[in-house]
Design a protein around this ligand. Sequence first.
Ligand SMILES: Nc1ncnc2c1ncn2[C@@H]1O[C@H](COP(=O)(O)OP(=O)(O)OP(=O)(O)O)[C@@H](O)[C@H]1O
Ligand SMILES: [Mg+2]
Length: 237
Amino acid sequence: MPRSEGPPVEDEPVVWADDVTISFASVSGRVDALTSVSASFGPGAVHALVGPTGSGKSSFLRVLAGHDRPTSGSVVVAGRVISRMSPRGRRRVRRRHIGFVFQRPAANLFTYLDVTEHLRVAARLRGPYDAAEADGLLEALGLADRRDHRPAQLSGGEQQRLAFAMAAINRPPVLLADEPTAELDHEAGARLLDSVGRLAERGTCVVFATHDPQAQERADRVVALDHGKSKAGASPR
Ligand SMILES: Nc1ncnc2c1ncn2[C@@H]1O[C@H](COP(=O)(O)OP(=O)(O)OP(=O)(O)O)[C@@H](O)[C@H]1O
Ligand SMILES: [Mg+2]
């Protein structure tokens, strides 16, 4: 059973984590980034993953996306138990079902591609490239006049919006984003959150980690982590 608080998930969850523990070996010993966390995330909703720095938000998102495997426990995405799959199998599920935004914007980008080329590559991983959709996204995110810029010619906030646009293009069933508004001012953050809302309205299951009160306010549901554990009392919205 999911242990995170929140309203009952009426639709079948698209993303499901059951009793997930993530440990890292380091020179100073074992670090438990997450301990026995269970949560489920339904379609057509925006979920905010909150918690203090170091509470395991990024580690959890990476495991939900199949970038990493949990040390124990299961993760199911779109009906597949990705926590049991090989890296290749996880890549296949991710490509088809998941848009992902890393915490550091530069980690999402390619040095020699301009903005339009980034969107074309991202779209083609999931299906056809629709130039009108790409234009609409760039317009909505305030990047329309940056189409021919490469990452080094973009500000941090522009890089972050491009990373989000890449994850959102072709409307994946699942969008996982790690602090997608961290580099943005209030207005740019609000525009990005509008795009998030539009995706959820059309069925995408969105989960983002955030410290941003505005982003938390706009979520349908808040899942709180505290020192690597699900926190009782995570506020349903
Ligand atoms: N590869 C790794 N090796 C060792 N420890 C790690 C590794 N990745 C994360 N950790 C540790 O796991 C804990 C959780 O890290 P994580 O990045 O998931 O936190 P977070 O909630 O995303 O924090 P922030 O809000 O600062 O982004 C931290 O204590 C971190 O130092
Ligand atoms: Mg993080």
